[in-house]
Design a protein around this ligand. Structure first.
Ligand code: FAD
Length: 379
């Protein structure tokens, strides 16, 4: 069974049709604006697995600062909400500068999610001796269960809880992270690439505003990615659906995380599997400086009760290399990544999943998300 079906038989893919136009003297812009898409299969038979993950959300935004415990220095770098992949390199750079300013050259990094791996890599690249201690290694972490798109202000903070300099800080993290991600476009394994996303109307919106003052700061980054355009119904690759479309930066998390581990080990870093039952064991590590990148784990170990879990669930469909695009429709997001087509219900607003620490699969949620996608028909 095919989820996004096609009305009529396609003799060639969009790429072939455009190549034909180009050979006859250049593709008209209209043709570029209405590519023919290969169908994505949004049915249960293509479902590989379903995963659940908790975003480590802090109303005040990520915690990135030094704390001292006697002889031991701790640099906290956790609480990145729904933006950890996006902001990782920016926060890693700041954490590295803080660590290096301590005068030490031997560091422990606790945590091997995207925040721990990027911070450890930046540190080892300064010539320091770095050991990562983590209960879960990259492929097992919550980071490995993310949607994998550039989303630097997704569940990042609440407007009424942040410090006055937060937005400028956030912008610095975002602007310094973005070129690092972009620099991975075209590398073996395609850790990062742009795909076209279609935000389609005609669903069940408009939705009510969230009950909390979530910060949405993307406007501050205008111009960082190529622009989006309106999608008219008569030019839409989806029958009768208008909306907006444009490029989205996608992180193919499997190869991205693998690349981070390989680079870290290649540069002389060490990784030790260790589960810390309490803060005392972390503070007993032999390194004089510890960078705390424990994500949601910091809530229990560092007693940070300001961390709120924000649950998110993803259905993973079989990879479809021939259909590389993303769709947002009826509160459901689908991204065709190299390591699978990820489908996720995002809810009517950012309240969805807030305060929920239920890390178990809800099969109905995935079935509903797939059913919404099956409403779409290719033109
Ligand atoms: C459904 C979903 C979709 C998302 N999509 C995106 C997206 O598209 N783009 C984006 O930018 N962000 C996204 N995010 C957010 C992103 O995934 C998080 O911000 C990010 O994973 C946080 O990374 P982390 O390294 O801090 O935490 P984690 O990945 O949770 O890593 C924590 C590490 O600390 C270790 N640890 C914790 N406690 C202990 C302990 N007691 N002892 C030893 N080790 C410990 C763990 O084992 C692990 O290695 C999404 C999140 C969710 C839930």
């Amino acid at each position: 069974m095919e989820a996004v079906g096609r009305r009529s038989f396609l003799a060639g893919s969009g790429a072939t049709l455009l190549a034909g136009c180009a050979a006859r003297g250049g593709a008209p812009l209209a043709a570029l604006r209405s590519p023919r898409l290969a169908p994505l299969h949004f049915d249960r038979e293509h479902l590989m697995r379903t995963t659940v993950c908790l975003r480590p959300f802090r109303p005040a935004g990520p915690r990135l600062e030094i704390e001292r415990f006697g002889e031991k220095t701790v640099i906290h770098n956790y609480g990145h909400g729904g933006s950890g992949w996006s902001l990782s390199w920016g926060c890693a750079a700041e954490a590295t500068a803080l660590a290096r300013s301590s005068g030490h050259d031997r560091f422990a990094v606790v945590g091997a999610g995207v925040i721990g791996m990027t911070t450890a890599l930046r540190l080892v690249e300064t010539g320091a001796q770095v050991t990562i201690y983590a209960e879960e290694f990259p492929a097992e972490t919550r980071s490995a269960r993310a949607t994998g798109v550039w989303s630097p202000s997704s569940r990042i903070a609440l407007g009424d809880a942040v410090a006055p300099d937060f937005v400028d800080r956030w912008e610095r993290w975002s602007r310094s992270a973005h070129p690092v991600h972009q620099g991975m476009i075209g590398l073996a394994g395609d850790p990062v690439e742009y795909v076209t996303q279609y935000n389609l109307g005609g669903g069940d919106g408009p939705y009510p505003a969230a009950s909390r003052d979530f910060l949405h700061l993307d406007r501050r980054l205008r111009g960082l990615n190529p622009p989006w355009q309106d999608l008219e119904a008569d030019q839409s690759p989806f029958l009768g659906r208008e909306g907006r479309f444009g490029p989205v930066l996608v992180f193919n998390v499997a190869s991205y995380a693998d690349r981070l581990s390989q680079l870290f080990l290649l540069r002389g870093g060490k990784m030790l599997r260790t589960a810390f039952p309490s803060r005392a064991e972390v503070l007993a590590l032999p390194e004089p400086l510890v960078v705390n990148c424990m994500g949601y784990g910091a809530r229990a170990i560092w007693g940070d009760e300001s961390i709120v879990p924000v649950r998110g669930q993803i259905g993973w469909l079989m990879p479809q290399p021939e259909a590389r695009y993303a769709i947002h429709y009826k509160g459901v997001n689908a991204v065709s990544r190299r390591d699978g087509v990820v489908v996720q219900y995002l809810g009517q607003n950012d309240d969805w999943g807030f305060g929920e620490d239920r890390e178990v699969v809800d099969h109905d949620e995935t079935d509903r998300a797939l059913a919404a996608m099956r409403e779409l028909v290719l033109a």
